[in-house]
Design a protein around this ligand. Structure first.
Ligand code: GDP
Length: 300
């Protein structure tokens, strides 16, 4: 197993004891360890660079230098910087869904196949019904995989909300439009639109979801990404973010042993808030995102 960031920092600070203060040389050593530990936690290189620059500045400050427990002070600095880079205490950066538009508010789900879009659509339907008393309709625009449509129907039933069935011969845009008409006629507050993912970034998929976005004008366009993807999460996020005006990120599979670096990277690279995290296959496995908790997870 890798050493955790906290273990590494504690070790460095121990070796620094006895030296009167942090010097340029021992600061470089400390930053090198921090950099390695962040990379091991799946944080992308540009993010690691930005972060270590900020940590260097703070580590050489009085808070750490004058502390009786410089190790803890340093861990504190790193924890705060990690938290800040993920949205910090700014509630607007981690706020839940922005659905205050003329009903039905549309939530468009975007992401690669296997990211957890359909499961998360079910989780959101349940969350909105139970926590916000919303009347929710879901629809799948995945005309390529009948199993994906059946899966959304199943999770929608589990969430005890409504599911809009597509007709086999309809196009993606026709399905979305029909679902929207239905939602308007039946006074749904929210329409969750699940989309087809691919195994990798694919031009046809991007064009399709961009067309859906243009037709639907969603209140939220959520990029769903698997935390286990680590570094690859960043490339995918960037590709989606340049094609679609995303409004937020949902990071799934955090109940696994992902170190959480993907959260940091995706947040930093896209500038988008992480709105929720997925912590299980079941529909109650959805939590709001807490930058401080994620920072602790990355620190290990
Ligand atoms: P989609 O292709 O993006 O729609 O992905 P799915 O919703 O079908 O999810 C792919 C797999 O990941 C399924 O086996 C889900 O049960 C699983 N999954 C989704 N979210 C989570 C999560 O937060 N934790 C865990 N452990 N599994 C998840």
């Amino acid at each position: 197993m890798f050493d955790t960031l906290t273990q590494r920092m504690t070790r460095i600070v121990k070796t620094l004891r006895g030296e009167a203060r942090l010097t340029e040389a021992n600061t470089q050593q400390m930053l090198r360890e921090v950099r390695l530990a962040l990379l091991e936690a799946d944080v992308a290189l540009p993010v690691v660079r930005a972060l270590t620059a900020r940590i260097k500045e703070k580590a050489l400050g009085a808070e750490v230098l004058d502390s009786l427990t410089p190790g803890q002070a340093l861990v504190g600095v790193v924890q705060r910087e990690l938290t800040a880079i993920m949205g910090g205490d700014d509630a607007s950066q981690t706020a839940e869904l922005q659905l205050a538009v003329k009903a039905p508010a549309i939530i468009l789900m975007a992401g690669l196949q296997g990211a957890g879009k359909t499961t998360t659509a079910g989780k959101l339907a349940k969350f909105l019904r139970e926590q916000q008393k919303k009347k929710v309709l879901t629809v799948s625009c995945d005309i390529y995989r009948p199993a994906a449509m059946a899966q959304l129907k199943t999770v929608t039933e589990q969430a005890q909300t409504d599911y809009f069935p597509a007709q086999a011969e309809q196009s993606v845009l026709e399905i979305a439009q029909a679902a929207l008409n239905w939602a308007q006629r039946h006074y749904h507050d929210v329409l969750i639109v699940d989309t087809a993912g691919r195994l990798g970034i694919d031009t046809a998929m991007m064009q399709e979801i961009a067309a859906l976005h243009a037709a639907l004008n969603p209140a939220e366009t959520l990029f769903v990404v698997d935390a286990m993807l680590g570094q690859d999460a960043v490339n995918t996020a960037q590709a989606f973010n340049t094609t679609l005006p995303l409004t937020g990120i949902i990071l799934t599979k955090l109940d696994g042993d992902a170190r959480g670096g993907a959260a940091l990277s995706v947040r930093h690279v896209t500038g988008l808030p992480i709105k929720f995290v997925g912590v299980g296959e079941k529909l109650d496995g959805l939590e709001t995102f807490h930058p401080d908790r994620m920072a602790r997870r990355i620190l290990g």
